[in-house]
Design a protein around this ligand. Sequence first.
Ligand SMILES: Cc1cc2nc3c(=O)[nH]c(=O)nc-3n(C[C@H](O)[C@H](O)[C@H](O)COP(=O)(O)OP(=O)(O)OC[C@H]3O[C@@H](n4cnc5c(N)ncnc54)[C@H](O)[C@@H]3O)c2cc1C
Length: 376
Amino acid sequence: MTSKAYDVVIIGAGIVGSACAAECAREGMSVAIVEGGIIGGGATAAGMGHLVVMDDSEAQFALTRYSQQLWDEISDELPREVEHDVCGTIWIAADDDEMAEALRKQKFYAERGVETEILDAHSLAKTEPNLRPGLVGGLRVPGDSVIYPPCAAQFFVDRALAKDAELFLGKAVESVTADGVRLRDGTFIAAGLVVNSAGSWSPLLTPGLDVKKRKGHLVITDRYPGFLRHQLVELGYLKSAHSVTTDSVAFNIQPRKTGQLLIGSSRQYGIDDAHVDTSILTRMLDRAIEYLPGLRKLSSLRSWTGFRAATPDKLPFIGPHAEQERLYLATGHEGLGITTSVGTAKLLVAQIMNRATPIPVTPYLPTRLAQEPVHA
Ligand SMILES: Cc1cc2nc3c(=O)[nH]c(=O)nc-3n(C[C@H](O)[C@H](O)[C@H](O)COP(=O)(O)OP(=O)(O)OC[C@H]3O[C@@H](n4cnc5c(N)ncnc54)[C@H](O)[C@@H]3O)c2cc1C
């Protein structure tokens, strides 16, 4: 047993756990951060790092928008290695239906105070000259940005450690108990509260939690400064991101501050195996080349996979567990956890401290999906 009892144990130092640890420590709690691997090494290392406002639902919009504002507030404090770059997003419309979707999206954002700009075919080609001819237009969202997520996780851990926090690195949690966590090496860490922020591993520690793995592939190229200016995403991405039954790919590409291009993205359910699947990779790259024919001539350096932690309604679980007193959840962030980590931390801490939450928390409460007991 550790000599000290903590106010809170955070399980997992991905971007979500790290942001929660920093926020708990900032509020004066004593914090133990337990990470079985390395800081920011899970989905956080695999993700694209696109800080993006999304509008699949009002709740998704509220959390992404609030989080983006929090990222903007701390942008001057982020170290250089976080590579924060306010490059903006262009949602690409390939046909009239997708242009109608761009206009709908613009209206939705305008009504909620998000700056956007509609691009016609000519201005799209002028803004991103490497796109193929014949696209109909797009929607530019200038406030979206990009970071390098593992370094952001490290930044949050450092912030926590500068307060009253301790890091248990390379120490996996075996089980959660009523008054703390037991590590695989037998150590017991006593704590008033436990936060399960173990991403796609969270159901292993909290059985019954409806979080499933959703595999994704990414490719990074060599350095080609100036090839792109914005993160580009096809509007068809929304259709593919919603499919929960079939494998899907969509055009999604990001310019890195290094001049590299990060190419996504794919989504697959029901696969545990982390190997790179060349058939999916080929589909993904073919899709990217359809939009940016010049990509064909560029060199890729590496491809990899990662697992998004998906909930049935595509919103994260943030708040107290339905039954286990003193257990809080901060998990299930699917493809938006880099963006929403900072908003999650604020919502979690407000609930722990019994304060009003900065945005309505009901859509993210773990109890929203609690099953009715089944009677024989
Ligand atoms: C291909 C891909 C692209 C993505 N692109 C974006 C994007 O552009 N923008 C965006 O916002 N999001 C994106 N995401 C989603 C984002 O990466 C995740 O939502 C986010 O990283 C989740 O962070 P996390 O801290 O919850 O989980 P993780 O980063 O997986 O962290 C969980 C941590 O818990 C640790 N852990 C697990 N079990 C234990 C245990 N028993 N004891 C101790 N530690 C444990 C793990 O080692 C790990 O470090 C993408 C994801 C993928 C896969």
